[in-house]
Design a protein around this ligand. Structure first.
Ligand SMILES: C[S@@+](CC[C@H](N)C(=O)[O-])C[C@H]1O[C@@H](n2cnc3c(N)ncnc32)[C@H](O)[C@@H]1O
Length: 387
């Protein structure tokens, strides 16, 4: 087996230079844990709109090591089942498990503010690489990691054993946490969630920290860091943008069928006051999800080739469509919720408040709701009640 300590030292130096790696203990973990052990049987590398399988077995060893030590996210599973050893040609598919870019993994882990002796719960074991880093730092008995996909969990468990860590790899839905080993000092999710499940708050000690990406759009999710209070609520803020694959049970099914038929009968029609193109920017996309929780955004083109944006509520009973209209946009809305009114209102209030960064967003998690606010005026508050 190739000794990859030089690559690990180089990776640590790159991460330190990028500002993702800050403390000696985590640097030691990066230098100690071989990332390649966690990539079996192989990875899918992007090739145009497809994925090229690259397996450890059969690859040039030097090339394989180079792949393992890129700063890229390395996709290890497509469509909930496919691994790189099962195909020989590039394939289409949606990533469903990966070794996340070490820049994000280490950036997040550093933000967790762990101390020796802390008990950590990780949601989304994936390859097991991030769990291995935490085992190196905290000891294998202090790390519990939950993975929803049994095959992914089994591969991660085997890789962790090979790396020398007999940690608590649990197969199950991490949205429920893992009560048997609770309470935890820290909870970290490496998949995105629509909202922080209150079960995580219940399973965290007072003073403990939960770190999770909240949002459900490919762009526009925020990394929430909340501290659990004595009263059982958790409060904190969004500490930056982050992008992760969605927790499996929360992955929205694509809006199927004839979209124009779904949006055929509008209750109102007007000129938009804010361009929907702003939803291509991170903070406006984040705000749109605060104003219209769970809404799905679909980009399409009309039969004449013009741009067309659809927004649907989760149950699809309300919609908004936006189409270019000269210099402006025309919005049609239908159903009980006026989606674009809500999103436009949030974007307008945010612009009037000086367009604060995502990090100005504060968050409180209670058993009954998620409350978000930006301290720049009464309009910048949103409450998502838990049904
Ligand atoms: C981006 S990967 C995790 C990266 C991983 N921590 C690593 O370093 O390799 C996200 C993982 O979360 C898992 N996942 C998705 N939904 C989950 C859920 N509800 N509970 C537990 N794991 C989940 C996916 O199967 C996937 O393996």
């Amino acid at each position: 087996m190739t000794d990859t300590s030089p690559e690990r030292r180089k990776l640590a130096a790159q991460l330190a230079q990028a500002g993702a790696l800050k403390t000696p203990a985590w640097r030691a973990a990066v230098e100690a844990v071989p990332r390649e052990l966690f990539l079996n049987p192989g990875v899918f590398l992007p090739e145009g709109a497809q994925w090229r399988p690259v397996t450890a077995v059969g690859s040039d060893p030097a090339e394989w090591v180079r792949t393992a030590y890129t700063l890229d996210t390395l996709t290890t599973q497509l469509d909930g089942h496919l691994t790189a050893d099962q195909v020989s040609e590039p394939v289409a598919g949606l990533p469903t498990s990966s070794s996340t870019t070490p820049t994000l993994v280490l950036g997040m882990i550093e933000s967790l503010d762990v101390e020796s002796g802390h008990q950590v719960l990780e949601i989304g074991t994936g390859t097991g690489y991030s769990a291995a880093l935490m085992c190196h730092r905290l000891g294998e008995d202090n790390v519990t990691t939950v993975e929803v996909d049994p095959e992914v969990a089994a591969r991660a468990d085997a890789a962790l054993e090979t790396a020398g860590y007999s940690t608590w790899t649990v197969t199950g839905d991490g949205l429920l946490g893992h009560p048997r080993r609770a309470p935890y000092d820290r909870v970290i999710a490496t998949c995105a969630v629509r909202r922080i499940p209150y079960t995580w708050v219940r399973q965290t000690k007072p003073g403990g920290i939960i770190l999770a990406t909240v949002g459900s759009w490919a762009n526009g999710a925020g990394l929430a860091k909340v501290t659990v209070n004595e009263d059982g609520e958790a409060e904190g803020r969004i500490i930056g943008p982050a992008s992760f694959m969605q927790a499996r049970s929360q992955t929205a099914a694509p809006v199927a069928g004839d979209l124009s038929a779904r949006a055929a009968y509008a209750d109102s029609e007007r000129q938009a006051k804010v361009s929907p193109l702003r939803l291509g920017e991170w903070m406006p996309a984040f705000l749109a999800q605060l104003a219209a929780p769970g809404a799905q955004l679909v980009r399409a083109t009309t039969s004449e080739g013009a741009q067309l944006l659809y927004l649907f509520t989760p149950e699809r009973e309300s919609f908004a469509t936006l189409t270019p209209d000269g210099e402006s946009w025309r919005v049609r809305q239908g159903g009980p919720v006026s989606l674009w009114d809500d999103i436009e209102g949030a974007l307008t209030a945010w612009q009037e408040a000086g367009s604060p960064e995502i990090t100005a967003t504060r968050l409180r998690v209670t058993p009954a709701s998620h409350q978000y606010w930006i301290d720049r005026g009464p309009s910048l508050r949103w409450e998502h009640r838990i049904a």
